[in-house]
Design a protein around this ligand. Structure first.
Ligand SMILES: [Zn+2]
Ligand SMILES: [Zn+2]
Ligand SMILES: [Zn+2]
Length: 459
């Protein structure tokens, strides 16, 4: 458990805690993401020796060499690249072997003191663990230092229940897994007072000596008083309390007894039935619509995997029709369908329809999420962009402003997404001014811009 001491500050915008990181990533992304700063980038340079690691430039490669050196040799030795868990485990052990596990003064616990929960693993996972240990022992090379299979299992167990998934600079794609010892000491609460975000360093300074290192930041979501425990959430709040508890039990092996779980706070809203002018649907109607939605969401997911987007939309419309006046706008099943529908329609560039679904989704989310929740901020941002594309500049601009305010807290002013939002906010503000001055000219300009044609002046 971590608390603040008297006078210690963890205010939004300013305080960042630095965590040691051990990071590796999925093989499929190896050529698209810089192995040092985790940015998605075209034209990365490949490590000439292992031909596996990729970097933006020399600065990134040099910054990472200390971590990559032994990995580079090991990959060449077995002439194949093992899975990210094996690579992460090796990185952790190379580091422990080199620095006895404590790497900086600010580190509060050594890696191998963390809990592994290997004893609680189900049969399937134990099988995988055995395979990983085998691959590891083949891959491992560090002088005469040998480890028992039990110790390696312990390290894999630690990674499994303490590993933190990292996403790229736009927050769109998971690019790696890291282990941040201090972070493991921050307990979970479904309604936390802090959030964790990967800061990719300062893009503008990439080629200069000021290239700032990537780091994990623990950011306060509001005022926290001395002695109050710092908490983060390990799961998305948008699940019923029983489902969140089940997920936490499966993945992290503990029973969540936070206030929101024990008092089932917001569960009623997430399962609510629609109510219009005092008319309530019967319990049977709600039951039927819920069962239909569950079934339909599975079909939607299958069609989405097959990239059959027209089928996805057909199913979404059917499902929303069925949910109609039976399920409330905060009902999770309705929100899940709205989310898919807006995402698919915006992919198909049907922005006005996508905007309609996105707006309803955001209204529901706002009633359920903590006002400074990162997922809420990202959802409002996407909805704002969709409205902007749909030419609904007023709503678009106001959503982008709202998202910006949330991300200033959850991601900080220097994060790439916050910076993107800042420029979108200025751009939409300018367009909104233009729109208010001359609506007709605004639409001509927009249409021209969308068709990528030279603009025709109407004056
Ligand atoms: Zn880089
Ligand atoms: Zn290499
Ligand atoms: Zn909970």
């Amino acid at each position: 458990m971590i608390c603040l001491e008297q006078g210690q500050k963890l205010a939004p915008f300013t305080s960042q805690m630095l965590f040691l990181c051990f990071v590796c990533f999925p093989f499929s992304l190896a050529t698209q993401v810089c192995h040092s700063c985790f940015r998605h980038q075209a034209n990365l340079h490949r490590c000439a020796q292992c031909k596996f690691a990729h970097y933006c430039d020399r600065t990134c490669q040099t910054a990472c060499w200390d971590e990559h050196k032994q990995e580079c040799g090991a990959i060449r030795k077995i002439s194949k690249v093992p899975s990210e868990n094996v690579r992460l485990a090796a990185r952790v052990l190379w580091r422990i072997y080199k620095d006895t596990g404590i790497v900086s003064d600010s580190q509060l616990i050594s890696v191998d003191q963390l809990q592994d929960h290997v004893a609680d693993l189900p049969e399937e996972d134990l099988k995988q663990l055995k395979t990983d240990v085998h691959t590891f022992l083949e891959y491992w090379s560090c002088g005469r230092q040998q480890h028992s299979a039990d110790y390696i299992s312990h390290i894999f167990g630690i990674i499994k229940c303490n590993g933190f998934t990292l996403s790229d600079q736009r927050g769109l794609q998971a690019v790696g897994v890291g282990l941040f010892p201090n972070l493991c000491l921050v307990n979970h609460d479904c309604w936390p007072n802090c959030t964790v975000i990967l800061n990719h360093g300062n893009q503008a300074a990439v080629s200069s000596a000021l290239h700032s290192q990537r780091r994990i930041e623990l950011r306060a979501l509001g005022k926290i008083s001395a002695g109050q425990e710092l908490t983060v959430s390990y799961v998305d709040f948008l699940n019923l309390s029983a489902d969140r508890q089940r997920k936490l039990k499966e993945r992290f092996h503990f029973e969540c007894s936070c206030e929101h779980c024990s008092q089932h706070i917001k569960d009623d809203l997430m399962m609510a039935a629609a109510e219009s002018e005092g008319n309530k649907p019967s319990a049977d109607q709600v039951k039927e619509a819920t069962a239909f939605s569950k079934d339909c969401l599975e079909k939607i997911e299958r069609s989405r995997i097959e990239k059959d987007y027209h089928q996805v939309m057909k199913l979404c419309c059917e499902c929303l029709e069925k949910q109609g006046n039976v399920l409330a706008d905060t009902n999770l099943y309705k929100l899940r369908v709205l989310s898919v529908a807006s995402e698919v329609l915006s992919y198909l560039q049907s922005f006005p329809d996508a905007a309609n679904y996105a707006r309803r989704m955001v209204e529901g989310y706002t009633k359920l999420y903590h006002p400074s929740n990162a997922q809420l901020g990202m959802a409002i941002m996407r909805a704002g962009v969709i409205h902007w594309h749909a030419g609904q500049i007023e709503v678009g601009h106001s959503m982008i402003c709202k998202a910006y305010a949330i991300l200033l807290i959850t991601h900080g002013p220097n994060h790439a997404i916050t910076r993107d939002l800042e420029s979108m906010r200025m751009q939409t503000e300018m367009e909104l001014k233009m729109f208010k001055q001359n609506e007709c000219e605004y639409h001509t300009m927009r249409d021209a811009a969308l068709k990528n044609q030279p603009m025709v002046s109407s004056s």
